[in-house]
Design a protein around this ligand. Structure first.
Ligand code: PBG
Length: 336
């Protein structure tokens, strides 16, 4: 695709060309705006816990709550009426063990949550995050052998979790573990169990980021030893992100993801230019909490900062934005 740049010539520069002409009034600005947010671009993440009537705010993520399934179902109805098409679910299990058993228990928290949402808001797309880190006692995203995460021993557990989530009614499965070969293993298991039509949204280019800090408090999923650099990507690498995305597509990913979003806009842009598949970008917890904290201090205007940040993610090339601001965006866009 050739770039169309209206380069000033000696005949066409100032005062003939005045780019300010189209900036004078909001209706004109709106008419020529290249990128505009739409509520349909968003996925709203939520944290679900056991119990009844639980609605507990996460201290490092103001405006985000741990919800029990009954209140999650109410939230899902509100999300759907906002016009947001999808939710992404993270679960807090009753108990954790070495192999993350509750992740693939048909009566696990996520499975119950999916059924509750499906009953309350059948039109909403329910996406389940698929990872073991919230469910393992050691907090890593796979099973541990000899002090490290064993890639190949983890794959069957991920596949089993995917099937259990699909059986509960999940519309889309979203693996976030970063094991090699997991998309292929999950695709095969879903197909073998009658879920050939269930799409996979793969966290493909997922970096080992400090900006997941608030999420790990929210999901109680911080690794108990070491870190995730042995499986999540090195922040210095962009070409490798394209390799991760290409492999996930080859293994059957229907939607690919770049995460975090704001710190990796260049990666989103490069992926957009190379791949035809839909690209999701995750505006992660730290990116959310930074704006929230600054706004609370009176240092930033929350609405303007959030809308500018989210517009940047879309302008970089993301088709889908996962953001804790999604419900705020719905409100802000309605307010106009
Ligand atoms: C689970 C997972 C994480 C996030 C999404 N899925 C945390 C991590 O990898 O440590 C981060 C989301 C956020 O920060 O908002 N593996």
């Amino acid at each position: 695709m050739a770039l169309k740049i209206d380069l000033p010539t000696s005949a066409g520069a100032f005062p003939i060309r005045r780019l300010r002409r189209l900036r004078g009034r909001e209706p004109l600005r709106r008419m020529v705006r290249e990128t505009a947010l739409d509520v349909a671009d968003f996925i709203y993440p939520a944290f679900v816990c056991h119990g009844q009537g639980v609605r507990e705010e996460i201290p490092s993520m103001p405006g985000v709550f741990h919800l029990s399934t009954d209140l999650l179902a109410e939230e899902a109805v509100a999300v759907a009426s906002d016009g947001i098409p999808a939710m992404l679910l993270f679960g807090l299990p009753r108990s954790k063990d070495e192999v993350g058993s509750e992740a693939y228990d048909d009566e696990g928290i996520i499975q119950q949550a999916v059924r509750a949402i499906k009953a309350a808001a059948p039109g909403l797309i329910v996406i389940t995050d698929l990872c073991l880190c919230e469910y393992t006692s050691h907090g890593h995203c796979g099973v541990i052998r000899d002090g490290t995460v064993d890639n190949d021993a983890t794959l069957p557990l991920l596949a089993r979790t995917a099937v259990s989530q699909a059986r509960a009614g999940a519309d889309v499965i979203a693996p976030s573990d970063m094991m090699d070969g997991r998309v292929g293993a999950i695709r095969q298991a879903l197909d073998e169990h009658g879920y050939a039509e269930t799409p996979i949204m793969a966290y493909s280019a997922k970096y080992a980021s400090a900006f997941y800090g608030p999420f790990r408090e929210a999901a109680d999923s911080a690794p108990q030893f070491g870190d995730r650099r042995g499986y999540q990507m090195d922040p210095g690498n962009a070409r490798e992100a394209l390799a991760e995305i290409a492999l996930d597509i080859a293994e059957g990913a229907d939607i690919v993801m770049v995460k975090p979003a704001l710190l990796y806009l260049d990666v989103i842009r490069q992926a957009r230019e190379i791949f035809v598949q839909p690209i999701a970008a995750y505006n992660v917890s730290g990116e959310y909490s930074m704006i929230k904290a600054a706004a609370r201090n009176g240092w930033l205007n929350e609405r303007q900062a959030a809308l500018e940040a989210l517009t940047a993610i879309k302008r970089a090339g993301a088709d889908i934005i996962i953001s804790y601001f999604a419900r705020d965006v719905a409100r802000w866009l309605k307010e106009g």
